[in-house]
Design a protein around this ligand. Structure first.
Ligand code: HEM
Length: 408
């Protein structure tokens, strides 16, 4: 289904299937109606009672930033009624002291300094091994061989799951994040993961281990241990929040570098450019383009009054191309002057795993560049379908067929 903003004016349409790029539509909306009383979603498949009564979308950087910062008026509590039905009550839906206490418990493990020890012991070896497996093959689909696999293995290891459970964990993770397209498989995976994680928690209640699940089992809020349900909710959230976003963003960055070979060559030569490339990839092709909030009271924004109780979609994908903030915002340029993007959100819910995501992506790129050379997109992989970034809310390449030769 497509939407037209103004059929009499310009035929700018949004393809809600995500098959074609939403960016021309986002640009049009930033210019014509950045605080839009409308919806980017196709709710026609939803039962009447689940369709939002009053929906708005923010397209400009300033509006999106303000909504993230003002968590009193723009609350995320409605996550309990959406992803909460599958994940349980997670920190994403919490506010105030409850959020502060729960986030503090886990924040320590995800601080940039805490991650340093994982680079040589976990992240580096996992990425090296994966690239070693393909480096002599001459060609590969990097989505299949690398971009999904490395964050899956890293999360499984950091959680402290037994290596023999990797296949099970991979299958359940894939099914869980497929909820938007296959709700039955998603719900079954959520139930199975509940049982699986409960077993892991119980083992650690008997004998504590030095891993993220062990940290959560040992943690206390106001002298009280976390309940099994609270721990399991957090663990299940890590799959869409930590695994899916990283696999999509690293795929986007590889796609963008491969389709800008001069910039790929620059990064190969000068690895200090990787950090800027990661940020530009996140800005230019934001893996999660929008998140939802609900207004707790009437609020003025961009000259309009949004009523209390409305659903607000914060379109980070559009905000990250705001021409008031970036020159040539529609150009992918890893050397552009640094200016914070909003792919990791902002305010109290700003991504807890952003340092890990950056670290994983940097290490993965270095492993790849150290082991293969002449990396190039394979124009025709024989399927008749080209490689492209697809999706509306979640965006990433459908595939990344590449050719290469082993480095030295
Ligand atoms: C490039 C990769 C990533 C992107 C683009 C991303 C993006 C985001 C965004 C936009 C939010 C805020 C959602 C909202 O407010 O509605 C968020 C929150 C969160 N992210 Fe990430 N994320 C990434 C990687 C990770 C990783 C690797 C982890 C952990 C393993 C993680 C864990 C979380 C958690 C736990 C939250 C909830 C924080 C809170 O509610 O206080 N994320 N992420």
């Amino acid at each position: 289904m497509t939407l037209r903003t103004d059929p009499d004016d310009q035929p700018v349409a949004l393809d809600t299937t995500g098959e074609t790029s939403p960016y021309p539509f986002f640009e049009y909306m930033r210019h014509t109606d950045p605080v839009w009383h409308g919806s980017l979603a196709d709710h026609s498949q939803l039962p009447e009672e689940l369709r939002p009564d009053d929906e708005w979308v923010l397209f400009g950087y300033d509006g999106v930033f303000q909504a993230f910062r003002d968590d009193r008026i723009f609350t995320s509590a409605a996550y309990d009624k959406t992803i909460g039905l599958v994940m349980g009550h997670t920190i994403l839906a919490m506010g105030g002291k409850e959020h502060h206490d729960h986030r503090n418990l886990v924040a320590k493990a995800f601080r940039a300094t805490a991650l340093e020890r994982w680079e040589p012991s976990v992240i580096g070896p996992i990425c090296d091994r994966l690239v070693d497996e393909i480096k002599n093959d001459g060609q590969a689909d990097l989505v299949k061989a690398l971009t999904f696999e490395f964050p899956t293995r890293i999360i499984a290891t950091l959680l402290g799951l037994p290596p023999e459970d990797l296949d099970l964990f991979r299958r359940l993770s894939l099914d869980l994040i497929s909820i938007p397209t296959d709700i039955v498989a998603g719900l079954n995976a959520a139930a199975e993961l509940h049982g699986y994680f409960l077993e892991q928690v119980e083992q650690r209640r008997r004998q504590l281990t030095d891993d993220i699940i062990g940290d959560l089992v040992a943690a206390e809020i106001d002298g009280e241990k976390l309940t099994d349900e609270a721990i399991i909710a957090f663990l299940r959230l890590l799959l869409p929040a930590g695994l899916e976003t990283t696999y999509r963003s690293s795929g986007n960055l590889l796609y963008l570098l491969l389709s800008h070979p001069e910039q790929l060559a620059m990064v190969y030569q000068d690895r200090s450019l990787i950090a800027g490339a990661i940020e530009e990839g996140l800005r230019f092709e934001t893996p999660l383009t929008m998140v939802m909030r609900t207004t707790t009271e009437d609020v003025e924004l961009g000259g309009k009054t949004i009523p209390g109780g409305a659903q607000i979609d914060l379109c980070m994908g559009s905000a990250n191309r705001d021409e008031n903030r970036w020159t040539d915002a529609n150009t992918f340029d890893i050397r552009r002057p640094r200016q914070a993007h909003i792919a990791f959100a902002g305010g109290i819910h700003m991504c807890l795993g952003m340092h890990l995501a950056r670290l994983e992506t940097r290490v993965m790129l270095n492993s790849l560049f150290d082991r293969v050379k002449d990396l190039a997109m394979l124009a025709d992989d024989g399927t008749g379908e080209e490689s492209r970034i697809v999706g509306l809310t979640f965006r990433s390449p459908n595939k990344l067929p590449v050719t290469f030769s082993p480095a030295a």
